[in-house]
Design a protein around this ligand. Structure first.
Ligand code: CO8
Length: 260
């Protein structure tokens, strides 16, 4: 069903609020990735839209990242299709000409963090129970080069190296301290602060801002565009390994045990 991504465009301001609504944890399944990409493309092509506020309609969770079930026990063809959809969404979001503000109203590990990193500005609810980071190594997997590039661009090389090797998840206050997010706000003020930040970014003339954004992001975007096929091949062969399948299996079981 086409209702995992809620889009509300306010014509008077040109600002769209895009809410992920795929309970329980907004994990990025092939279906959600596809719907999200289509929504972004529509907004990108809509002359009435100048900015997007990205947030979650699921309490306490922004996004649990990529859907682990899409990377486990499936065919190589499926892994390839899934990975292509992950790349596609990232390219659309990271290379968007719209102003993008992430309103991170819950936990945001791995692919959830990547979504936030791809926006122009990040505000996060100041709850220390919410954490964000690229924790891939903790699952026994490796964040791809373009996840790494986005992290390095945001927090710098040294902090990114430590953060990626250890697979660190930062509670909101620590995320602010290392610059992984730009601002912490009380959860009930997220929407109004996001709107204020958006107004500030929209005050810059569109054309000049868009060219500047594209200049800043071009190298990372080209890096993936040029190596899309090999990146898919790498993902498929990596994720198909028995050892990786075992790690993912153990991680899923760990999540279930934590619950019991
Ligand atoms: N994918 C699929 N299912 C998930 C995921 C996920 N990412 N996260 C949680 N779930 C499932 C849980 O297993 C659980 O299922 P069930 O109800 O059947 O037991 C259900 O969602 C609810 O989860 P929790 O009970 O854990 O919910 P909480 O509210 O307690 O916690 C969290 C929410 C904090 C989001 C927690 O679920 C969590 O930490 N999840 C794991 C997040 C994670 O580590 N994601 C990493 C995914 S990998 C990725 O995004 C990038 C991969 C890059 C590719 C590398 C190349 C190989």
């Amino acid at each position: 069903s086409n209702d995992k991504v809620r889009v509300e465009l306010e014509e008077s301001t040109g600002v769209a609020v895009v809410k992920l609504k795929s309970p329980p944890v907004n994990s990025l399944s092939l279906e959600l990735l596809t719907e999200f990409s289509i929504s972004l493309e529509k907004l990108e092509n809509d002359k009435a839209c100048r900015g997007v506020i990205l947030t979650s309609a699921v309490p306490k969770i922004f996004s649990a990242g990529l859907d682990i079930m899409e990377m486990h026990g499936k065919s190589k063809e499926h892994y390839a299709e899934f990975w292509k959809a992950v790349q596609e969404l990232w390219l659309k979001l990271y290379d968007s000409s719209l102003v993008t503000v992430a309103a991170i109203n819950g936990s945001s590990p791995a692919g959830g963090c990547l979504l936030a990193l791809s926006c122009d500005y990040r505000i996060m609810a100041e709850n220390p129970k919410y954490s964000i980071g690229l924790n891939e190594t903790q699952l026994g997997i490796v964040a791809p080069f373009w996840f790494k590039d986005a992290m390095v661009s945001t927090i710098g090389h040294r902090a990114a190296e430590r953060s990626l090797q250890l697979g660190l998840l930062y509670p909101a206050p620590d995320a602010l301290e290392i610059g992984l997010v730009d601002k912490l706000v009380p959860e009930e003020e997220m929407q109004s602060v996001a709107t204020q930040v958006m107004a500030q970014w929209l005050a810059a003339p569109d054309h000049a801002r868009q060219i500047t954004k594209s200049m800043m992001r071009k190298a990372a975007v080209e890096h993936l565009r040029k190596h899309r096929d090999s990146d898919i091949q790498n993902f498929v062969s990596f994720v198909s390994r028995d050892s990786i399948q075992k790690s993912l299996q153990m991680y899923v079981e760990m999540l279930k045990q934590k619950k019991a």
